[in-house]
Write a protein that binds this ligand. Sequence first.
Ligand SMILES: Nc1ncnc2c1ncn2[C@@H]1O[C@H](COP(=O)(O)OP(=O)(O)OP(=O)(O)O)[C@@H](O)[C@H]1O
Ligand SMILES: [Mg+2]
Length: 653
Amino acid sequence: MRLSLSTLEGYLTPLANGLNRWRLMRWKGLLPAIAALEPELQALSDAQLRKRSLSVRYRAKSGVPLTRLLVEAYALVREAGRRTINMRHFDVQILGGIAMFHHSIVEMQTGEGKTLAATLPMYLHALAGRGCHLATVNDYLARRDAEWMRPIYECLGLTVGVIETKMPQSQRRKEYACDVTYGTAKEFGFDFLRDRLLLRRIAEGQGDLLGGMLAQTAAAQNNEKPVQGEPHFALVDEADSILIDEARTPLIISALPSEEERLAIASYKWSASVIPEFVDEEDYDYDHEKKTVELTREGRQKVRTLPKPPEMDTVGMVEIYQYVERAILVDREYHLDRQYVVRDGEIVIVDEFTGRLAEGRKWRAGIHQAVEAKQGVEVTVETGQAARVTVQDFFLRYEHLAGMTGTAMGSARELRRIYRCHVLPIPTNRPAIRRRLPTRVFGSEGAKWEAIVDEVRELHALGRPILIGTRSIDRSEQLSERLNAAGIEHHVLNANHIEAEAEIVARAGLPGRVTVSTNMAGRGTDIKLGDGIADLGGLQVICTEMHDASRIDRQLIGRCGRQGDPGTYRQYLALDDDLLLAGLGPKKAVKLEERGEASPGPFDSFGRLFRKAQRIVERRHFRQRRSLMYFEKERKKAQRQMGQDPYLDTPGS
Ligand SMILES: Nc1ncnc2c1ncn2[C@@H]1O[C@H](COP(=O)(O)OP(=O)(O)OP(=O)(O)O)[C@@H](O)[C@H]1O
Ligand SMILES: [Mg+2]
């Protein structure tokens, strides 16, 4: 019999599950030994505890294998947690910590305390040397977690660094020199690339003697050395988001612009500045359907006569026409807060389907640069020399990789295959008492929104806090209008300010709060219930649509019922939801839509159909990622064979 890959997976999955159970059992066996050290460590003074930690570190540095130090190290971290921030690691957190030390991606439910569990493998790996990085999804979480956990590390004589988006190189170097460093996956990747470009500049200089000396002196003068150091251990928080959803995002940075690029920048800026001079149908023809703009004779005449900066003297007139046409197109078609937002002086594309920011993604054919010029932010030309790495490749470079998230099991196969990490579910500390309320399905969006507003009104009257998740900024705003019309006070978040948002979400558990957010805003945010809220039933989460991946839905749902708190959630769906079209195809989707138009519903029995559509979309995305990965692998192989650095590229390659 021929063994196909899927039958093989069919055999492997139960095998993997069996192995997982065996691993967990073996690691559970370490818990008593860790607990046995507690009384002894509790009796130590702070100074003595630190000394004990440094002696473990000394042993690690002199070559004792870390596995043999694990019991003592974990007992030390638990004690440090207890005495500094009054959080003693639960057994399940220790278990998760052991699994992460052994290259696992652990699934610990939302709200189980992964932040605290992470300190265990971070500490143990840091004993052996530098380069221990905790990567998460946004600056807010990186800083929050580093500051929250700092007392634990410091109590044990370790230093903690945080990398943030806008941070000078000299500061970065200091943060990386700490024993453990927190930051976003993206920033870790960019630092790797900046180092790579720097090293190449220095290496290239060494080719010819004079250039080499100049490059080296310049580097020395600017105190330019790589900032990051060796990739030793990476612990990835929100692992499914980073290692799956963002895995294909290429991180790209460019070397300093050359002469040619300076011309391009000047042209983009000039074109953006002269747009108001051009009149539709007089100076140009605009076709909204085809998304094209063409200058008329009058328009071209205008381009020629308008004064231009001296940098543009050498740019050809035909090229300048194109710059102006592109600038007009961008002015007509690309709008702030719709297709993009401006964050930290950068254009970030908004994915219109999900309302999420597609960080790192760029429009092609000069559109991105034209948008940058229009918004007056720095124009980032496609420079000759650039360095690129995908999030996936970046993390595969680490000697040790582990991860944690509330939602990984659905992607276990993918994670195992790509990252060679096993995915392990860790039991909860206290049984979760989050309750699912029956899903409600309506004929159309309109009927759905009405029902949602009705439910919000009822719960709000009782003083229960409510968190409502939507799939896009647009829909958040629609809902907000309806809530305003119903006189319900609420807070709306869209993807503009992750930090302020995370703080608003964190307060979503206070009495009577109504919070509307896109699904993404919630990830990782801890929501504590206000006084008396638990007695009312806790936070209620309302999902207004299903997302392309069930993991994302579960992240939102995971904002309630944390740490054994009560909480409820309900999904509202409609027969004209985007998901049905994406999953079931236009034929079926149209039929369903027609049915929905004929009657407002309810169609609660259709709930299963949505899950089916979701599974189809999930599988499709998985296949897409798999083939992209394959092509990327081939590309790198070819580049290596040609003796080129796969992370550095030149135009045309
Ligand atoms: N050992 C502990 N003792 C007391 N409180 C704890 C302990 N561990 C975690 N907590 C509490 O649990 C809550 C959730 O923690 P945390 O935000 O780290 O969860 P999480 O697993 O990262 O959730 P998410 O998946 O949403 O990111 C926090 O309020 C934290 O104080
Ligand atoms: Mg978390």
